[in-house]
Design a protein around this ligand. Sequence first.
Ligand SMILES: O=C(O)CCC(=O)C(=O)O
Length: 290
Amino acid sequence: MRTEHATVGVAGVNRANSGFYDDNGYLIAPDLLTTAELEELRQEATEVFRGNRGQVDGLLDAAGLTDTEVLARYTAIHFPHKLSTLIRGYLFHPRIVNILIKIVSLNLKCMQSMLFVKAPGKLGQSWHQDEYYIPTRDRSLVGAWIAIDDASVENGCLWLIPGSHHPSVIRRRVPGNDPEFAEKDMIELSGYERDRIIPIEVQRGSVVFFNGYILHSSRRNSTANSFRMALVNHYMSAESMLPWDQDGKLPATEDLRDIVMVAGEDPYAWKSIVEVNKPYLRAEAPTRRS
Ligand SMILES: O=C(O)CCC(=O)C(=O)O
């Protein structure tokens, strides 16, 4: 099935594309980043995975290796903005924030970043909803997925089910053994017709905004030499508290204050900001072939 996506162009968010976001749970902004920005992000990613921005458990010695050899080892790192001031700067990218304040809230905070390298052969992430992992309560969670490389079906682009963020419930997860995915469980998809599941193929420099309740996944990078690098930053309205304990890794809390205020006012500014999340590498699942 050919899908017509609504896009955000130079005119920004308007009634038509914000209506599309409300109805479908995602929005694509092509050409949001310049080639120079993409190149500096790629170079910075290499520095991060070489360990030049700080040591992270599991990062291997990169001495004597080419950049490609270094990156080929990894799928993703969580919280790279805590290692790299350059990556932290991208949380505030004006063209991204301008869209977010229209579709989320004028008061905006970021609680997570993830830098995907997704080297050839690396597995994808099974069907899930981000809200399952990051409880925002007020349904304002949104991912801003910045394509540093072209993302295609072959190299493991995002897939999603438009409209599946309605009615904002957390779906049941069931065991699965799909060779495309690193995880062994996923959301049960039986209620959805096959032709509602669409790939989000985008060119580098595009940003895909997607709602925290939308069902999405990505498949294995089945190419021999095409990386699929993406920086994903997660935001929510600053009005809402964030009872996020990172799957029990952190003590239970009514409001995790390890956040970055990105726009507007912080209604909870009287609470201090804390630094408790530590950058970590996404566990490497052994590549399974179908
Ligand atoms: O980029 C990917 O492969 C998966 C990203 C994703 O699922 C997410 O950001 O929630």
